[in-house]
Each structure stands twice: as C-alpha cells, then as structure tokens.
Design a protein around this ligand. Structure first.
Ligand SMILES: [Zn+2]
Length: 240
C-alpha cells in the first residue's frame, strides 16, 4: 500500500504550486497596498499644501482612493482575463490533440521527459503512467507550465487589488484627517514612511530578497512622490 500513496503524493505537486501562488498573491497584495499608500499620500499632501480645509483634503483623498482602487481592480481584471483566455485556449488545443492524435502526444511527452534528462525507457514509462493518470494535467504542466486546476480567477485578482489598494490608501488619509492643522503634513509623512518600511520589508521577504535595499527604494520613492506633490500644491495654492 506504500506505493500508491507515494504516487499520489508526487501527483499532489499542485500543492507546491499552491504555496507559490499564495506567495504571489501576498506579494501582489503588498504591492497594491504600496500603491495605495504612495498615491494617496501624494494626493492628500499636495492638497494640504494648498489648503487647510479638512473637508477638501478628505474629499480629494476619498476620490483618489476610489479612483485608484477601481483603476487597479479593472486593470487587474483585464490582464488576468486575457491571461486566462490564453491559458484556456492552450488547454483546449492540448485536449483536442490528445483526443485526435494520442500516439503523437505520448511521443511528445516522452521526448520532453527525455529532454529533461531521463533515460529513454524511463521517459517512456513515465509518459505512459502520467498519461494514464491525467494526460491533460501532464501535458499542461510539462509543455505549457500551467496547472489546469489552478487557473487564476480574474475576479479574485480584481478584488484582491481593490482591497489592498484601499487598505494602503487609508493610512495617509486617516493620518492627515486626524492630525491637527499645524502637524498634518509631518504626521502623514511619518505614517507613510513607517508603513512603507513595512511593505518594502514584507515584499522583499516574500520574494526572498534582502529587505533593506527594497525598504530604501520604496521609502525614497514615497518621499519623492510626497515632495513633488507638496511642491505643486504649495505653488498652485499660493499662485492661483
Ligand atoms: Zn501535448
């Protein structure tokens, strides 16, 4: 009984993909939050440089949050839908080939395992076994690098970026609305820097990269964005 279990385990490969995919999701969420923090911080600080009216700053910040979150969600939906259409077309083609010319497909699979380094007879044996177990899955994985059971959902991707952008955007928005007029801008800058240290560190860790270069880049990027919009806001606020 040990044999079947082991075969089943090796077929559970998608579990590895599952972890990889979850990491990708997490990384996308962190990047979405990052976008929300930087773009909203730039927006509210620019407006705060031009006016002290809290309601104006809040309105601009909320409008920016909504526009940014929607635009992220739509962009993500479109790009993942396109990717998914491509993957489904490839799987349909593979399915058709398996139905119409199973011999040639078995030969193709054998060749691919041989190319990966298996001796010819073993490659043939592996191809035969995997074809018997799940021909489409084997072809999809080896030939296309797709797991047919784990295609990304465009709706999931859209929701994930909408939510992560919103969470990020709320940080500078809440900071600037709650802080007193005189310390509004420095409090917001501080909140943004602290949260960017967090997102920079997390995204580097999730990608197994050293954290400090990522943190430095993202914090400097955020500071530049805020400095530029602050300058624009001051200029427009006093000139117009
Ligand atoms: Zn094939």
């Amino acid at each position: 009984m040990a044999e079947p279990t082991r075969i089943l385990d090796s077929h559970d490969e998608p579990h590895h993909n599952g972890i990889g995919q979850r990491l990708n999701w997490l990384r996308a969420a962190v990047l979405g939050a990052n976008d929300g923090i930087v773009s909203t911080a730039g927006l509210v600080i620019g407006v705060a440089a031009a006016t002290t009216e809290r309601s104006v700053i809040l309105t601009a910040g909320l409008a920016g949050l909504a526009a940014g979150a929607m635009s992220m969600a739509v962009g993500e939906y479109v790009s993942v839908s396109t990717q998914r259409d491509t993957e489904e077309a490839l799987l349909a083609k593979e399915r058709r080939e398996l139905r119409e010319e199973p011999e040639a497909e078995l030969e193709e699979l054998t060749q691919m395992y041989a190319d990966k380094g298996l001796p010819a007879d073993l490659a043939h044996e592996v191809a035969v076994q995997l074809t018997a177990h799940d021909a489409l899955g084997a072809h999809a994985e080896t030939e296309l690098g797709i797991d047919p059971n784990a295609l990304t959902s465009p709706w999931h991707a859209a929701w994930a970026s909408l939510i992560s952008f919103t969470v990020g955007a709320l940080i500078p928005l809440i900071a600037i609305v709650l802080a007193g007029v005189s310390i509004r801008v420095p409090v917001t800058v501080a909140a943004v820097v602290v949260s960017l240290v967090g997102t920079g560190w997390l995204s580097a860790r999730l990608g197994s990269a050293p954290p400090w270069p990522a943190v430095r880049r993202v914090v400097i990027g955020g500071l530049i964005a805020m400095a530029v919009t602050y300058a624009i806001g001051s200029l427009v606020g006093t000139q117009v």
